[in-house]
Design a protein around this ligand. Sequence first.
Ligand SMILES: *Cc1c(COP(=O)(O)O)cnc(C)c1O
Length: 450
Amino acid sequence: MTNSYRLIPNMNILLEEFKDYPPHIVKEVSNQILDLYRNKIKENKVDFETKDILDDISNALKNYNEFSLKSTINASGVILHTNLGRAILSEKSIERINEIARGYSNLEYNLEEGKRGSRYTHLVETVKKVTGCEDAIIVNNNAAAVFLMLNTFCKAKDVVISRGELVEIGDSFRISEIMKQSGANLIEVGATNRTHLFDYEDNITENTNALMKVHTSNYKVIGFSESVGADKLKDLAKENGLYVFEDLGSGSLVDFSEYGLSYERTVQDSIKDGVDLVSFSCDKMIGSAQGGIICGKSKLIKKIKKNQLLRAFRVGKLTLAAVEATLNSYLDLDKAKKDVPTVNMITMSLVEIEQKAQKLYELLSKIKGIKLSIEKSYSKVGGGAYPEDVLESRAICIDNVNINKLEEHLRLSKYHIISTVHDDKLFLDLRCIFNDQFEMIKEVLKSYYE
Ligand SMILES: *Cc1c(COP(=O)(O)O)cnc(C)c1O
């Protein structure tokens, strides 16, 4: 019986065998696995060879270095899938990240004057050109942007906001809670479905500093409903010497109503209506890296720059590089449709999606035993935008196997393909799948069937 212990390799042999890995990791990983095999011997279950142990250690070492953050293939048809990392970046943004990451930059250096500069200067000109605002600042995300607006101007002051606009975004985050944390007193007015101008008017007191509008991103109040536009709030604010702030949430720069979506307010609309400050996310409809932009009146932006808390929300150079490049694409809308993946996927024609579906269908039909069809499907914008709208799309549909098992196989495969299952069928929506992912999908499906 004791002879079985000879099957357990000596640590020096293991260190030699796996010398490509750091010795302390080989020791740690090997000891865990050797313990399992020693226990087997103790329990008289000697059903292994030394090779099995080496294989286990080899696999464990490979896993030891595995990244937790992995790439996925988005076959869900949801363009801004919050769980899948929201927007994907344009090639130009990726190039710029690469370029800036590789070397030193003028992040906080004024090249003309040869002295200290500010990281907040870099985006201003582009945001001004794209939105028509006076000035702008970028922070870590839109939640931080809303917080800073209120913390800077409404600490211990009243902010009047409609009950119909107290949004809860994903993962039980309530925008109203963030507002309260900023130190502002939220004065909720109106009813859930209807808020009138007089609701705001009646609640203005000496302690009021701002009227606030929040875009109802992920829901719509329909039926017997009414809300007050920012333009009307602006007039009321002016009469009373108050600010008007707007949290646009997804913050589109493009009116997508000619692409089958309903009309949603753009950042430009907000600026035109004369709001003092408007904030929006950079990784929702804009289609860039995580960030939040506040833009509007120059005098107010200057004050935000003096808020000590800004430091806690500041963005890094990689974000600046990405967002500047993305916004640059919007200077020419035709360019944005081509270059910014989010805009491209929203404006993608059904003909183009059908062609993609046909190509993938033909490729996958070569797999033995697979049963496929091309079906009508519906994509969504996601990211808390256009909650009511769907975009007609096409999907590859598979239905003659254990669908839940297949879904898991796709998800756990090395490419992590995220599909949807309904009516006992599995769907791969083509809108967010790139052409260069077709072969990967084939490889994974082939390994399931063959
Ligand atoms: C998404 C959203 C936010 C939060 O934006 P992040 O960039 O995710 O921090 C805030 N307000 C509204 C209305 C939103 O839709």
